[in-house]
Write a protein that binds this ligand. Structure first.
Ligand code: ATP
Ligand code: MG
Length: 240
């Protein structure tokens, strides 16, 4: 069970109101896709869930019935929430294996995954275990970023634009990984620019714009959501 609930979430970065009253329920074992134009507040939503947001956060975040609003990022990680941040943020100078093992440093209080488990899921990471992570391809680096998060044995995975900068074939592989993880019982929040594809594979999709959720739908309304997304993008461009 890993249900995550946001109630009336607000985030401010100084004068900028990045989130303006977000109510959202992520049901256990589902993929929730969050789409929307640049600056809408998607990354901020994930960061607030992970407790890693630099802004001033107010509102309630409840995880499995516990109010975690004031919990540190470390405490949330231990509770089972893992973030794969925008831009992957792997340690490019460290080896693949070091990237995986640093993730569990200082966390003896929790049963971590062994690296072999990650290599089973992503064989190429095992092949390149001693290679400098910065030398991996974009797709391999994304596998490493996800693998590093999985080392924490999360029940909720927050993925911020995992397909960014990857070729269509590799994007499909990343999305396949996301679906597999969901099928294994993981709860996933997927932020994506690749709106149509994300909405197709998600159990539920929300469109975010100007710090608020504008639309919700099941996979069946993919086209409509994609339309909402693209028109929102258009508006955003003309207004800036
Ligand atoms: N650390 C920060 N300091 C100040 N303002 C920030 C910070 N992070 C985000 N913002 C602002 O908050 C708003 C929401 O940003 P956020 O990164 O959450 O949007 P996003 O939907 O993830 O956009 P993108 O699609 O470009 O990644 C934007 O106006 C952004 O400029
Ligand atoms: Mg973002």
């Amino acid at each position: 069970m890993s249900r995550l609930e946001l109630s009336d979430l607000h985030v401010r970065y100084g004068a900028v109101a990045a989130l303006r009253g977000v109510d959202l329920v992520v049901e256990s074992g589902t993929i929730l896709a969050l789409i929307g134009p640049n600056g809408a507040g998607k990354s901020t939503t994930l960061l607030a869930m992970a407790g890693a947001c630099e802004g001033k956060v107010s509102g309630r975040i409840v995880f499995n019935g516990n109010d975690i609003s004031l919990h540190s990022p470390e405490k949330r990680t231990r509770a089972g929430i893992a973030l794969v941040p925008e831009g992957r943020r792997i340690f490019t100078k460290l080896s693949v294996e070091q990237n995986l093992t640093v993730a569990r440093a200082g966390r003896a209080d929790r049963a971590e995954v062994e690296v072999e488990e990650i290599y089973e899921r992503f064989p190429v990471l095992g092949d390149f275990a001693s290679r400098q992570a910065g030398l991996l391809s974009g797709g391999q680096q994304q596998q490493l970023a996800i693998g590093r998060a999985l080392m924490m044995r999360p029940t909720v995975l927050l993925l911020d634009e995992p397909s960014l900068g990857l070729s269509p074939k590799i994007v499909e592989e990343v999305f396949q990984t996301v679906v597999t993880l969901r099928d294994e019982g993981m709860t996933i929040v997927l932020v994506e620019q690749n709106a149509k594809r994300a909405a197709e594979l998600a159990d539920v999709t929300y469109v975010m714009r100007h710090g608020k959720l504008e639309g919700k739908g099941a996979t069946a309304v993919t086209e409509e959501l994609a339309q909402a997304f693209f028109s929102a993008r258009g508006d955003e461009r003309t207004s800036s």
